[in-house]
Ligand binder design. Structure first.
Ligand code: AMP
Ligand code: GLY
Length: 416
């Protein structure tokens, strides 16, 4: 089979790597890819949202299966467009992807089907939103309703903070013209539950946990994710089962009832609160960096899964997973998530005993250079999380670059 992966980050490198392990795959293309995907696939210089360009490419090259990484491509309608031309594609339609791209859609769905999540109200009026915040206990959680590159959520601990955030979102249209969801603040550890979903069929992946803050000890600004690990020992099997039945399967069934059957990866961003497990958000795609620590644990052939979901079939065999634990540490450009320089030479990537997935790299005169905020993720596997963490910290030290930083405590919280 010839497979096209749409996207350019570490998630797509990990997907390409999983595809490479399948005997069914003859050729992999990644659009646009990065310097790492160029080592396992052929990069195609097309933007992930260039739906017409990608469609023309897939038709010209007789691509048998396309796999979509980023939400922007889903929102641009890539799945609808490919399907209407009879091409096989793994991912949800733009309408089903609203479970991620519209917070209000996701919240309404959860309320209607009794899926556990924080109480909320939607607003488009600044004054009304502010009055509602004043009527509830602080902190308040304010979410811009749309894609805001992870920057659309503010936890306001005072009325002044709430005022400033609502002003940005509703009066100054900082992220565009949209609505705001105001929801109750929940407390507890978060984890990610990704499932392959084909209508009401749900095949769970092992749990993972992302680390959103930039620095050790969960300090510093929010980022796209500075590392992840899998499995998640603080979630018991009973709790996982609850989340699978009462959140993931229930949501997949709800989408079918709504006439928007979901196909692809449904990602539950979940929180273990005092009152049980609740949904913080849904994503309509593989998580990044969770994918980089979860897919290496997959024993089954990923092409069979992608194909079954794309074709709307049942899976022939249950999914099989390796028992080992994985830890992935992200190397980010100094300054990220603020402004940062690009073009610093990276050495030692090939000395790492583990998986190295490129996130934002380019090749220049035969050398790998930094080309993004998150640059690469080093992943290690071991029988226990503690060993994987130790190994990962050792291996990450082999990467030499003057302009990178990383966290040293990825997964530490999970180790007793
Ligand atoms: P979201 O984009 O909805 O995932 O929100 C980004 C981050 O904000 C989450 O990963 C949480 O850490 C935090 N967050 C979102 N909603 C809540 C909530 N209701 N209570 C507490 N924290 C939240
Ligand atoms: N790791 C969070 C996300 O993929 O949105």
């Amino acid at each position: 089979m010839k497979v096209l992966v749409v996207g350019g980050g570490g998630r797509c490198h990990a997907i390409a790597d999983a595809l490479r392990r399948s005997p069914k795959v003859e050729k992999i293309y990644v659009a646009p890819g990065n310097a790492g995907t160029a080592e396992v696939a052929e990069n195609v210089p097309l933007k992930d949202t260039d739906v017409q360009g990608l469609l023309a490419f897939a038709q010209k090259k007789d691509i048998d299966l396309t796999v979509v990484g980023p939400e922007a491509a889903l929102q641009a309608g890539i799945v609808d467009e490919f399907r209407s031309h009879g091409l096989r594609i793994f991912g949800p339609t733009a309408a089903a992807a609203r479970i991620e791209t519209s917070k209000e859609f996701a919240k309404e769905l959860m309320m209607r089907y009794d899926i556990p999540t924080a109480a909320y109200r939607p607003f488009d009026d600044y004054r009304e939103a502010l009055d509602y915040v004043a009527s509830r206990p602080l902190p308040a959680v304010l979410k811009y309703d749309g894609l805001a590159a992870g920057k659309g959520v503010v936890i306001a601990r005072s009325m002044e903070e709430a005022e400033a955030a609502l002003r940005d979102m509703l009066l100054d249209d900082k992220f565009g013209h949209g609505r705001v969801i105001v929801e109750d603040y929940l407390e507890g550890p978060e984890f990610s539950f990704m499932c392959f979903v084909s209508g009401s069929d749900v095949w769970p992946m092992p749990l993972a946990q992302d680390h959103k803050r930039a620095y050790d000890g969960d300090r510093g600004p929010n980022t796209g994710g500075m590392g992840a690990y899998s499995p998640v020992p603080f979630i018991s099997e009973d709790e996982r089962r609850f989340a699978l039945d009462n959140i993931m399967k229930k949501t997949a069934a709800a989408m079918v009832l709504e006439g928007l059957p979901f196909t692809g990866v449904l990602y539950g961003g979940l929180m273990k609160t005092r009152d049980g497990i609740k949904v913080i958000e849904f994503n309509a795609r593989f998580g990044d960096p969770e994918t980089e620590v979860v897919l290496p644990r997959l024993k089954s052939d990923i092409v069979e899964i992608f194909s079954a979901v794309a074709d709307g079939w049942e899976l022939e065999h249950p999914l099989e997973w390796h028992d080992f634990s994985t830890v992935g540490v992200v190397l980010a450009s100094k300054g990220y998530p603020g402004s940062y320089a690009k073009g610093a030479v990276i050495e030692g990537l090939d000395e790492v005993d583990g998986a190295v997935y490129h996130m934002g790299t380019a090749s220049k005169e035969g050398r790998i250079v930094t080309a993004g905020g998150r640059v690469a993720i080093v992943g290690c596997a071991a029988p226990t999380l503690g060993e994987a963490l130790e190994k990962c910290n050792r291996e990450v030290g082999k990467v030499r670059c003057g302009n990178l930083y990383h966290r040293t405590d990825i997964g530490r919280k999970a180790i007793k």
